[in-house]
Design a protein around this ligand. Structure first.
Ligand code: G3I
Length: 369
């Protein structure tokens, strides 16, 4: 091949590479579509933070402007023994967020699950006294929130303390301190970082019982002069729950209670519903019929999923006056906790990007609107 032809081919290839990369850079991401409405967030895991999934980081940079720690800030990880903190992965998470210009969210200061085994019991495994637990809560929250003061925009201070019927979850926090553990947690967090936003976070927030109790909780905290900026509606949903109208009723109720709303952990199972909650401890035995699509979704189910996800985003945009963040609980489908829950061996398709790092149709529609 003569030099002229080679040069022409090379220059053509170079030009097309330049154009495609610049188009990619110019092509809008989800965060651009939501610009001025709400932040677009994702839960990130330690592998992503350590750079072990570069294609995922490309998606984060292009489509997201907020991140939340999926696991590394939970008490069993960050405070494994009473006098032992492990900040390694939490520090990496915060530094990753700063490096990628993300609004950083801390998750979660007080939760009954993934709870450090020592936290609420004495050396004999018996519940500690109220005074001992208060001290432990204060030490935990103060140490962690102080360390990240000014770097973390907001904290999921208390996670999943209210049951679907509105009763209080019978956690060890509740057994020992009654309803007081929540105002105490918000007080300690605010004292440690007066500028951080503080949230109550839960799933199934469109259930009327939980909705009404969370409204009461917000009022209680406000009546005591305590800071609560928002409630997190986790939004772990399915193809057949919740009713969008019930979700809207909860948005209206929380707005009327005078708090912001964040969609904090969105995923939508594409599989037959086994459990409407998100309590990871709930498990069922494997049944083949409950894992119908191990090798990919049929067209009709994929269309149903994308249409319903569009319905939720229409609701988010309609309520952008009070919804300040929409966060997915993971980046691509294979990241999701929903694979293997509540049944080990399940293959689900709950997130906004597929296992090939491709945006789902509803994302492309939002961007190309
Ligand atoms: O870190 C250990 C590792 O050392 C061990 O080898 C491995 C295998 O046993 O387990 C690892 O811990 C796992 C942890 O995720 C970190 O990967 C736990 O077993 C596993 O149960 C835990 O699952 C997390 C779950 O919370 C626990 O409750 C999911 O990743 C996480 O997505 C999920 O997130 C929660 C939110 O925080 C609160 N809302 C509900 C949501 C779904 O449950």
């Amino acid at each position: 091949m003569n030099i002229k032809t080679t040069t022409f081919i090379f220059s053509t290839l170079l030009l097309s590479a330049f154009l495609s990369s610049s188009c990619n850079a110019q092509e809008k991401g989800l965060k651009d579509v939501a610009q001025g409405k709400f932040l677009i967030g994702a839960a990130v895991n330690v592998n992503q933070v350590k750079g072990k999934d570069p294609k995922c980081i490309e998606l984060l940079d292009k489509h997201f402007n907020s991140i939340v720690a999926e696991n590394c800030m939970k008490s069993e990880e960050i405070h494994p023994q009473e006098n032992v903190y492990n900040f390694t992965e939490a520090d990496e998470f915060v530094n990753f967020g700063k490096k990628h210009n993300m609004t950083i969210i801390g998750h979660c200061l007080v939760w009954h699950s993934q709870l450090a085994k020592w936290f609420c019991v004495d050396k004999d495994g018996k519940n500690v006294s109220a005074d001992v637990l208060k001290k432990r809560l204060k030490d935990h929250i103060t140490t962690i929130v102080t360390r990240y003061k000014g770097q973390i925009k907001g904290w999921d201070v208390v996670n999943e303390a209210i049951e679907s019927d509105g009763s209080w979850r019978n956690s060890k926090f509740y057994q020992i301190l009654g309803e007081e553990f929540i105002p105490l947690a918000f007080q300690y967090a605010h004292e440690a970082d007066p500028d951080a936003e503080l949230y109550y976070n839960d799933y199934g927030m469109s259930d009327k019982g939980r909705r009404d109790s969370v409204v009461k909780l917000v009022k209680m905290l406000k009546d005591r002069g305590l800071r609560i900026d928002g409630v997190g509606m986790q939004c772990h949903v399915g193809l057949d729950y919740p009713e969008i109208t019930e979700f809207q009723k909860s948005v209206d109720a929380f707005k009327a209670a005078g708090v912001k709303i964040m969609i904090t952990e969105m995923d939508m199972s594409a599989l037959p519903t086994i459990n409407r909650g998100a309590n990871v401890a709930d498990k069922v035995e494997f049944e083949k019929k409950l894992n119908p699509y191990p090798n990919g979704l049929p067209e009709d189910v994929s269309a149903q999923w994308n249409n319903r996800m569009t319905e939720f985003f229409n609701l988010f945009f309609k309520n952008a006056d009070v919804i300040t963040r929409v966060t997915a609980w993971g980046v691509i489908d294979s990241d999701s906790w929903k694979n293997n829950w509540p049944m080990r061996g399940r293959v689900d398709y709950p997130l906004w990007f597929d296992r090939n790092y491709e945006p789902k149709p509803f994302v492309k529609d939002l961007i190309n609107k």
